[in-house]
Design a protein around this ligand. Structure first.
Ligand SMILES: [Zn+2]
Ligand SMILES: [Zn+2]
Ligand SMILES: [Zn+2]
Length: 259
């Protein structure tokens, strides 16, 4: 299926604590550079007729206000960690104006977490004004959200299966530190890829910056942006100077257009 022209907006590019981190006085958390301020990781994907977010972070409400999003058709989840699902309640605002139930696309692991952590949404007797959602279970089979084709990519976050996604020429992979060869094949040929790069020091469930660079080089994707960044990585202006050509840190508000 042909992918329509897409606009991607980075709503957040920080790790689970966000940057600045509460109570931290380090040079990154106190940086005067706006690009060092990172809400939790999420993107907005838009075609002429369809809009959805990948993940609803704890910052979801502010991310929607900041990006002036007036219409949202769906939410696509990567995995059930709190920094990726916590903001789900606020989708109710979109339903209030559209009169439509919010379509949620998630794997079974994430669906279970949504049912557990937002149990009131599934109660028999519902409190008025709570979100109305419709769960769509996704597997590795490609599918459509509106007119946008979605190719799920299985990646590993220590032992947790996480979904990365390819939309046309663009691939988005957040929390992961391992990708099997068969899934890497799905990324090859992308014009742009996004991958998590937490910090310099090894981590049990995230790629380090060096591992992220090596992955991009291995897959020969010409342009890459790194996301899910910790304050421990350093200031963006410093890190960007050290990165190979074609690679840079993503930042909140960055937009990419694909024809
Ligand atoms: Zn995360
Ligand atoms: Zn800090
Ligand atoms: Zn995670």
């Amino acid at each position: 299926m042909e992918c329509p022209p897409l606009k991607i907006t980075f709503l957040g590019t920080g790790t689970s604590t966000g940057v600045p981190m509460i109570a931290c006085d380090c040079e990154v958390c106190t940086s005067g550079d706006k690009k060092d301020i990172r809400l939790r990781s999420s993107i907005l994907v838009q075609s002429a007729t369809t809009s959805f977010v990948v993940d609803t972070t704890p910052d979801f409400r502010y991310q929607m206000l900041r990006a002036q999003v007036k219409k949202l058709d769906a939410v696509l989840f990567t995995h059930p960690h709190k920094d990726h699902i916590a903001g789900l309640d606020d989708v109710k605002a979109f339903s209030f104006f559209s009169g439509k139930v919010m379509e949620i696309y998630a794997n079974t692991l994430t669906e279970e977490a949504v049912k557990r952590e937002f149990a009131y949404i599934f109660a028999d007797k519902k409190y008025p004004g709570i979100p109305e959602i419709n769960l769509n279970t996704i597997t590795l089979t490609p599918f459509l959200i509106g007119d946008i084709p979605v190719i799920p990519i299985l990646v590993w976050h220590l032992k947790m299966p996480v979904f990365g996604f390819r939309f046309g020429k663009f691939t988005y992979i957040t929390d992961a530190n391992r990708i099997e060869p068969i899934e890497k094949e799905k990324i090859i040929g992308s014009e742009v890829m996004v991958v998590n790069a937490l910090r310099h020091k090894q981590h049990i469930s995230h790629f380090t910056i060096d591992e992220a660079i090596a992955l991009v080089q291995e897959l020969k994707v010409p342009k890459a942006y790194f996301t899910h960044v910790s304050h421990q990585l350093g200031k963006q202006a410093t890190i960007n100077k050290e990165l190979p050509a074609g690679m840079e840190l993503a930042y909140d508000g960055l937009t990419l257009c694909f024809t």
